[in-house]
Design a protein around this ligand. Structure first.
Ligand code: PRP
Length: 216
């Protein structure tokens, strides 16, 4: 009996793409494709047990050892700084963390800047490095509404296609950091399931590199 690897996948489009890569890299799980409301799926032959979790919760499952491995956005890793090992940049879920606001926005350094965000630590670090005084307005979604309604001057948020900004007459003002999905590991699992984790990591890396090559 193989030592199963418990893998937390982010629910949604990114998660489905990530699962596709795991499967093509040699870790398939036919059961997961049956349309059910189940959350846990395993394939002992391939040595994997997958489960779907909210994308922002993946790092918590991995940090606390409920999952050996997971796939989490760099944005989440920078915001929550979980004690996990970052093993691989999957190159999927590519977007950027940026400051955005009204197209004609001009910063007035004599006033405290009001920043709405789901990522207070990233915003604080970004403006802290420039010694810019800010007032963080911590929201949980629809961040773009804040400058439109005058709740904030700017936002710190993810930009993927830029559609949400464009459709709300906002514009990117400053890039903070590129973001993509990372393979992360629990630190204890990494010791005790080292051979299995290492093999999966190498297989996935190889598959991703090959796919990249084919795209050229
Ligand atoms: C994210 C992000 C932006 C949007 C960016 O929101 O917070 O609002 O996607 O994507 P785009 O550049 O392709 O338009 P999400 O869809 O997670 O919803 P939320 O408003 O609940 O945060």
């Amino acid at each position: 009996m193989k030592n199963l690897l418990n893998i937390a996948l982010p629910k949604g489009r990114l998660g489905s793409n990530v699962l596709g890569c795991f499967e093509k890299a040699g870790y398939p799980c036919p059961d997961i494709h049956a349309s059910t409301r189940r959350l846990v799926f395993e394939n002992p032959e391939a040595g994997v047990r997958y489960f779907w979790v909210k994308p922002s919760d993946v790092a918590i499952y991995v940090e606390r050892g409920a999952a050996d491995l997971g796939v989490a956005g760099k944005d989440i890793l920078l915001e929550y700084v979980p004690k996990v090992y970052e093993l691989l940049d999957t190159g999927m879920g590519v977007c950027r963390m940026a400051v955005a606001g009204p197209k004609d926005f001009r910063d007035d350094p004599s006033r405290t800047l009001r920043v709405a965000t789901k990522f207070p630590r990233i915003a604080r670090d970004h403006y802290g490095a420039k010694s810019r005084e800010i007032d963080i307005i911590h929201l949980n979604g629809s961040i773009e509404l804040a400058p439109i309604l005058g709740l904030s001057d700017v936002i710190v948020d993810i930009i993927e296609t830029g559609t949400t900004l464009r459709e709300n007459d906002l514009a990117p003002l400053e890039d903070i950091v590129p973001v993509s999905a990372r393979l992360i590991a629990n630190q204890v699992s990494y010791q005790f399931k080292h051979a299995e984790i290492d093999r999966l990591c190498r297989d996935l890396d190889q598959f991703l590199a090959q796919r990249q090559e084919e795209k050229k």
